[in-house]
Design a protein around this ligand. Structure first.
Ligand SMILES: Cc1cc2nc3c(=O)[nH]c(=O)nc-3n(C[C@H](O)[C@H](O)[C@H](O)COP(=O)(O)OP(=O)(O)OC[C@H]3O[C@@H](n4cnc5c(N)ncnc54)[C@H](O)[C@@H]3O)c2cc1C
Ligand code: FES
Length: 271
């Protein structure tokens, strides 16, 4: 069940260029959150912006975690893109913050047949929501594709190195790894994966990236779950501000915050 609760900021610092990590001590959410779920954070105690902002939980440490100092903590990895995220950078250690979570559905990943390919494709901050999934799949062999506009937008590489993973990097300006989009890079390797329901693909990133990926994998019959990044008002299903069109005839419009954010990629109608 989602809770509206208070957390205490334990750290907030820049990791590079426009990217920051915010740590919050909030045991009720850290204890429950599943890979792919998100929180809505009030970035300003009083005043603008009034609406909370949605963030994936990058790392979380439940009460049973072996590292006692981290128990009850969760971490967000965020990019400054506007007023709310700019305001977030001013949050200071020991400050109280209000948050709602865990929200949305989660990635489904068990049990995956041992012979299957597991492919993770993240664009920009989209890679954040794939990190907890990779941690949950840490015994499996993972093919991880990380993309961004420039080398400064390539995130979490060291984190994914901890797993049994093959990491491939793409930048649109060619400043690191493959020169092109992360979807182009994946397509250049697509023949190495089985397809035909033997490959599980998990992805998160901007809509144009997901749309081109949907087109690319359509005929290959990959089993593909995508976490969508819609703009959100409430975050818990009340305002219908985040709907996406699907090809489900019974419920053609579904809420990213409630029925998602994770959808089967083939169910999304791109408009
Ligand atoms: C489920 C979910 C998980 C997310 N996880 C993360 C995360 O882990 N790290 C992170 O940095 N960001 C994440 N986001 C995006 C984040 O919520 C937005 O960047 C943030 O709300 C922007 O707030 P702002 O006030 O700074 O920007 P605004 O001033 O509201 O907007 C600035 C610009 O960003 C664009 N924008 C704002 N929100 C979104 C959005 N949701 N999707 C696409 N474009 C948007 C606007 O169109 C505008 O051009 C997530 C979004 C969703 C829906
Ligand atoms: S953000 Fe309000 S219904 Fe999804």
């Amino acid at each position: 069940m989602p809770l509206q609760t208070e957390g205490i900021v334990i750290k907030n610092g820049r990791i590079k260029s426009l990217y920051f990590i915010l740590g919050i001590y909030c045991p009720p959410i850290a204890h429950q959150i599943k890979p792919g779920q998100f929180i809505m954070l009030k970035v300003s105690e009083n005043g603008s912006p009034i609406l909370r902002r949605p963030f994936s939980v990058y790392k979380s440490y439940p009460d049973s975690h072996p590292d006692k100092r981290r128990r009850g903590c969760l971490f967000l990895l965020y990019k400054i893109v506007g007023k709310g995220t700019q305001k977030m950078t001013t949050l200071r250690r020991d400050q109280k913050v209000n948050l709602i979570g865990p929200l949305g559905n989660s990635f489904s990943f068990a049990p995956l047949p041992s012979s299957s390919d597991i492919v993770l494709i993240g664009g920009g901050v989209g890679i954040v929501s794939l990190y907890p999934l990779a941690a949950a799949l840490k015994d499996k062999k993972l093919s991880v594709f990380i993309g961004g506009k420039t080398r400064n937008d390539i995130l979490c590489v060291e984190d994914f190195k901890k797993f049994n993973s093959i990491i491939s990097i793409a930048t649109e300006d060619g400043s690191l790894g493959f020169h092109g989009t992360v979807v182009d890079l994946f397509l250049s390797r697509i023949k190495t994966f089985k397809g035909n329901q033997g490959s599980y693909l998990y992805t998160c990133g901007p809509a144009p990236m997901l749309e081109s990926l949907a087109r690319a994998v359509k005929s290959k019959r990959f089993i593909c779950q995508a976490s969508l990044e819609a703009r959100m008002g409430c975050g818990f299903g009340a305002c219908w501000g985040c709907v996406v069109k699907t090809n489900d005839p019974k419920t053609p419009y579904q809420r990213v915050c409630k029925e998602g954010p994770v959808f089967s990629l083939e169910d999304i109608v791109w408009e």
